[in-house]
Design a protein around this ligand. Structure first.
Ligand SMILES: Cc1cc2nc3c(=O)[nH]c(=O)nc-3n(C[C@H](O)[C@H](O)[C@H](O)COP(=O)(O)OP(=O)(O)OC[C@H]3O[C@@H](n4cnc5c(N)ncnc54)[C@H](O)[C@@H]3O)c2cc1C
Length: 594
């Protein structure tokens, strides 16, 4: 197998493919192959089996409140790594219904797991091995708990029930003239799901830019003014609804809780809406974009961050030029930009083209050596797609630029880390990471091993600065990956890295473990620190993610303890105080928050 590396031009595909693989254009075969990938891409748990139906696969939870809809339905997380075909699921209509379910769960020895769009990777909702016999009920918040209400004014807020989707929220805000500085890229994520894991986008202040009132460069958890949570009331001996204002020190345990709490409603600070431009580049060599600091590269990653504040680099494996997106605040439409009036403006990455489906299926079936060709194909389709869809330079209302991933995109698994550092060290961080990653990838390739077949994605945000929300005595989210380090006030940004591959790719966990070991060791001391991204992959053994006991029981808690005092232990004690019966937990969270 010869080594494959692309240059930035698209004319290498045929050359690269020659002798390596013949893509079949047989219609029949294509349909069969894409069917498998596409089914995976758009799987939705549409069926419902109600208690008493002849087809239910196990007895319904006993004594379940009859006024609340209960049915069996499938649960599948994003990468299909956790799948339960027939979980008992309920759909509360009101926050009071959630309390009723909580008290039923307490009395009957059950647990309840809130769910949004099931787009998480880590086992925060249910764990592998869960069956319909497990004493856990899934609570689908997206069916009915979707109310929103703006409270306009100079310190505007929006009250949102946690089943609302991010797309619905941003659309609602837009109509009222409000927006956010950054948000996760997909629109089909629930507000409850996003806040559980300190959902973030890609924004730090550009040089000379000042934060607008009601906005943050941190995660969306930073914008929380108050939460309404279901908590144990010691005096009443039952679960009740309770509001926690941001000025209440206890509130900070609920701002990012990784699934260990249950929120029915939140109030978020919002600011005036604005327009964004996004320019894509596919012709900057990675050697230049990720050059070592001081190398004098004019098209260095940190330079784009300085000028615009909002960047995302996507590097397909075994290719040499990333897809770089640079968003900039732009009140008026630049002459060369195309105006967009709706989100998801990269259709080529939202549907799976034939070439990608064929290759992905072959890799999944064991031909992992096709990874370089898949990387090159993805790059070429991106370069061509940006031109064909006129999306190289787009402009519009913020929401239409901030949302750019649909659930029909290819489903990979990913690791995820936030590297907290000084703004002046961003180029060093990215250059060291890319250099280490590419070195390891080349090493594996020389042994005919291809652990990574999808992209490396790098973004930068600010931190969760408590002053942003505009509430007196506000404190940062205790367990946010981008909670500031009081002992390192100079660390003012986070570089987020995600390395994607198809689930089950041979050697991927071993590779991820090597990356994790290195990243923790390299980004340390006075230079930087690393925290795992709750929603994604971490705590790798050579066989599995979320499995390394030292990481789970010592490394992660210690990362949070460092420089912040006992914040980890305090947050765990708050979870226990407000849910002493652990009904808002699962075996993985029991182990993590012990
Ligand atoms: C393709 C893709 C792209 C992504 N891009 C980004 C990104 O750009 N930035 C980013 O930050 N994240 C990103 N994510 C991760 C995503 O934000 C999280 O996985 C998020 O938790 C998913 O929301 P969900 O509604 O699907 O939640 P689910 O997966 O259903 O649940 C996730 C967690 O939230 C908990 N939860 C849900 N509702 C509630 C509630 N009401 N109260 C308490 N806990 C609750 C669940 O119990 C679970 O622990 C991406 C995910 C995918 C699949």
């Amino acid at each position: 197998m010869k080594r494959l590396f692309s240059n930035c031009s698209s004319n290498r595909l045929d050359e690269a493919a020659e002798g390596e693989v013949t893509i079949s254009h047989s219609r029949r075969r294509f349909l069969a192959q894409t069917g498998a990938i596409a089914a995976n891409a758009v799987w939705m748990p549409v069926f419902k089996l109600r208690p008493g139906s002849a087809r239910t696969t196990c007895p319904a939870p006993p004594n379940f409140p009859p006024s609340i809809e209960l049915y069996q339905q499938g649960y599948e997380n994003w990468a299909n790594e956790i799948r339960v075909d027939d979980l008992w699921t309920c759909a509360p209509r009101t926050p009071a219904d959630v309390v009723t379910i909580a008290n039923w769960a307490f009395s009957n020895g059950y647990r309840m797991r809130p769910r949004g769009y099931m787009h998480n990777w880590s086992p925060l909702t249910v764990t592998p091995g869960t069956t319909c016999q497990t004493k856990a009920v899934l609570v689908d918040m997206t069916r009915h708990l979707t109310a929103m209400q703006i409270v306009p004014g100079p310190s505007a807020t929006v009250n949102v029930q946690t089943g609302v989707s991010m797309e619905a929220l941003l659309g609602y805000l837009e109509q009222a003239g409000y927006g956010v500085t950054s948000s996760p890229a997909p629109g089909d994520l629930s507000v409850g799901g996003v806040l559980a894991i300190d959902g973030h986008g890609a924004a730090a202040p550009a040089q000379g830019e000042t934060r607008l009132p009601g906005h943050t460069y941190g995660s969306l958890s930073s914008l929380i003014v108050s939460v309404r949570a279901v908590v144990w009331d010691q005096a009443k001996g039952q679960y009740t609804l309770r509001n926690f204002d941001r000025s209440d020190p206890n509130c900070k345990a609920f701002l990012t809780h990784a699934g260990r709490a249950f929120l029915t409603e939140v109030t978020l600070r919002v600011g005036e809406n604005y327009n964004l431009r996004c320019v894509s580049y596919v012709d900057i060599p990675a050697t230049e974009l990720f050059a070592a600091p001081g190398a004098g590269a004019s098209r260095a990653f940190a330079n784009y961050l300085e000028s615009a504040g909002r960047v995302e680099a996507i590097l397909f494996p075994f290719t040499t030029c990333p897809w770089l997106k640079v968003w900039s605040v732009s009140p008026a439409k630049p002459l060369l930009s195309r105006k967009v009036t709706s989100p998801y403006n990269y259709p080529f990455s939202d549907s799976i083209p034939e070439e990608v489906a064929v290759l992905a299926n072959r890799i999944v079936k064991g031909e992992d050596y096709l990874a370089p060709l898949l990387g090159l194909t993805a790059y070429n389709l991106t370069a061509a797609g940006l031109i064909a869809s006129l999306s190289k330079d787009i402009w519009g209302r913020s929401k239409n630029l901030l949302l750019y991933i649909r659930p029909t995109t290819l489903r990979g698994t990913t690791n995820g880390y936030a590297i907290l550092t000084r703004r002046g060290d961003i180029q060093r961080v990215v250059s060291e990471f890319v250099s280490f990653y590419q070195g390891r990838l080349a090493d594996y390739q020389s042994q005919n091993r291809y652990p990574i077949n999808l992209s490396l994605e790098i973004r930068v945000t600010g931190l969760d600065q408590p002053g942003d929300v505009g509430v007196d005595n506000a404190e940062p989210p205790a367990l946010s990956a981008i909670c500031p380090r009081p002992d390192h006030p100079e660390w003012d940004v986070a570089v987020w890295v995600n390395l994607l591959t198809l689930p089950g790719t041979p050697y991927s966990n071993q590779f991820y473990r090597e990356i994790e070991t290195w990243i923790l060791q390299n980004y340390s001391g006075a230079y930087a620190t690393v925290r795992p991204e709750w929603s994604k992959g971490w705590a790798y053994t050579s066989d599995a993610a979320w499995a390394d006991n030292t990481m789970l029981s010592a490394t992660i808690p210690n990362i949070y303890r460092a420089g912040t005092g006992p914040v980890w232990d305090w947050a765990v004690s708050m979870f226990d105080t407000f849910d002493p019966h652990s009904i808002f937990s699962n075996p993985f969270l029991d182990a993590l928050f012990q």
